[in-house]
Design a protein around this ligand. Structure first.
Ligand SMILES: *Cc1c(COP(=O)(O)O)cnc(C)c1O
Length: 452
């Protein structure tokens, strides 16, 4: 449906007058008319003028099976006819019960319990608080003689775990996080695995040194498995995750796998932990959990962690945490239907093939003088744009090269959003081979146009 120019101008004015957008420098924003999306159709977004764009970043990494999907719509409508919201504090509903069961069925085998919340940041907050409280309520052992001293967390350089203060405390992206430093609890930083892509033994050695030094004070380590997303798609060397898990077991530190971005097929398996057979103590899920329909998050943990909170009320071991809209029934209904779509025959084979096609197509950029690096794990791709590949020179921040390339891509019918000068491609898993072609060729053309 298209809208009249008058209506659209009204929206633009109201947007500039009343609306503050996230992660947005408003001085740049107000200089142009915003693109107003009014509809979705499969892997495409449609703006108020009726123009179609391929959704190249899955509406900020959330969409899985496409927009306006008949099965997901139906699930939502069925639930709407019953109830839109009821609480999980003191009550239960079928949707969250069945979703908890279905999540445990697909998660790493060691995980046994699901705690719901609303978004990725809260999924991480919940894991941090649970990990901390677990040690406070756990008796001493030979391996951990002083559990109550475990007050700290370890996190990775260039990590991203959300925007609430707890998740920012374990974040490692200077331009997002530095200003809040005085408000944060400190976190012990492990080296970014990406910087040691070809030196896994050295990376694990350096990581172990830090474990050795601090483990008695550390409750848990937080990691984005296989690929650090928000800092610019930085992939870890194969074997790092397994190595980190080993160190956690050896030194009595809990492992929190933040799969908010990597979960639900984005890396080519349901969860990135599967690539290395890793069993984390906590699995944080959000973004793709509802197929990109509604906000919902889950923190999965082990029965062992759960048991440390299981006591008489007077012992005050309860997990005193819960967001009001936690496990919302509409969100759970669409999440259940979303999981159902992964069970369609041939789904994973087809995804594996399409990931290979994307890799093949991206090869045309390999020797481009302005492409410093192409990093891909499944359908998560970062194309690093540089001023001079040979001299390893970057563009300055003010030049906004990544932003300009993505704006140009709109003219070619593709919506993408960069992370600095890294062009991110993260299409819905339902993207077709023809659409992959459109996505990559739009990037190639935009790159040439902007850097001509
Ligand atoms: C997006 C993201 C988050 C934060 O999720 P929100 O829903 O935006 O709070 C946390 N961790 C990772 C790895 C993410 O990519």
């Amino acid at each position: 449906m298209t809208h009249t120019p008058e209506k659209i101008q009204q929206w633009v004015k109201w947007d500039h007058d009343f609306h503050w957008h996230p992660f947005t420098q408003t001085k740049i924003w107000e200089k142009q008319d915003p693109l107003i999306i009014t509809e979705g159709d499969g892997n495409f977004l449609i703006d108020a003028h009726g123009k179609r764009y391929l959704d190249g970043v899955s509406s900020l990494w959330t969409n899985v099976h496409g927009h306006n999907h008949a099965v997901l719509n139906q699930a939502l409508q069925n639930q709407l006819g019953k109830i839109a919201h009821t609480t999980l504090l003191g009550l239960a509903h079928p949707g969250s019960i069945e979703l908890a069961k279905d999540l445990i069925a697909i998660a790493p085998k060691n995980l046994g319990k699901v705690f719901f919340s609303d978004n990725g940041s809260t999924a991480v907050e919940v894991a941090l608080k649970m990990a901390f409280q677990y040690w406070q309520q756990t008796p001493a052992t030979a391996q951990v003689p002083h559990p109550k001293l475990k007050h700290k967390f370890m996190s990775l350089e260039h990590g991203y775990h959300g925007d609430t203060l707890g998740s920012v405390s374990v974040g490692g992206i200077g331009i997002f996080h530095e200003v809040y430093r005085p408000l944060l609890f400190g976190s012990i930083q492990l080296p970014s695995p990406h910087a040691y892509r070809d030196r896994l033994p050295l990376l694990l050695e350096k990581t172990e040194e830090i474990f050795k030094k601090f483990h008695t004070a550390v409750a848990a380590v937080v990691v984005e498995p296989k690929m650090q997303g928000a800092s610019g798609m930085r992939n870890a060397p194969d074997g790092y995750l397994k190595g980190l898990e080993k160190l956690c077991r050896q030194y009595g530190v809990l492992l929190i796998a933040d799969e908010v971005a990597t979960g639900f097929g984005r890396t080519g398996k349901m969860f990135a932990c599967e690539w290395e057979g890793v069993e984390p103590d906590f699995l944080c899920l959000a973004k793709g959990i509802t197929g990109g329909y509604l906000p919902l998050a889950a923190t999965l943990t082990t029965n062992q962690i759960y048991s440390a909170f299981y006591a008489d009320p007077s012992e005050f071991k309860t997990f005193f945490h819960g967001h009001t809209y936690t496990g919302n029934p509409l969100a759970c209904a669409v999440a259940l239907a979303n999981l159902g779509l992964f069970r369609q025959t041939g789904f994973w084979d087809s995804l594996t093939e399409k990931i290979a096609v994307l890799e093949e197509k991206l090869a045309v950029l390999k020797d481009h003088p302005h492409v410093g690096d192409i990093r891909q794990v499944g359908f998560m791709v970062g194309i690093e744009i540089v001023k001079d590949r040979a001299a390893k020179l970057s563009f300055s921040y003010e030049q906004m090269t990544g932003y300009k390339i993505c704006m140009k891509a709109r003219e070619h019918g593709v919506l993408i959003r960069p992370l600095g000068d890294v062009i991110v491609l993260m299409p819905p898993l339902s993207i077709t081979v023809e659409e992959i072609d459109l996505l990559v060729s739009a990037v190639v053309k935009s790159l040439s146009a902007v850097l001509a």
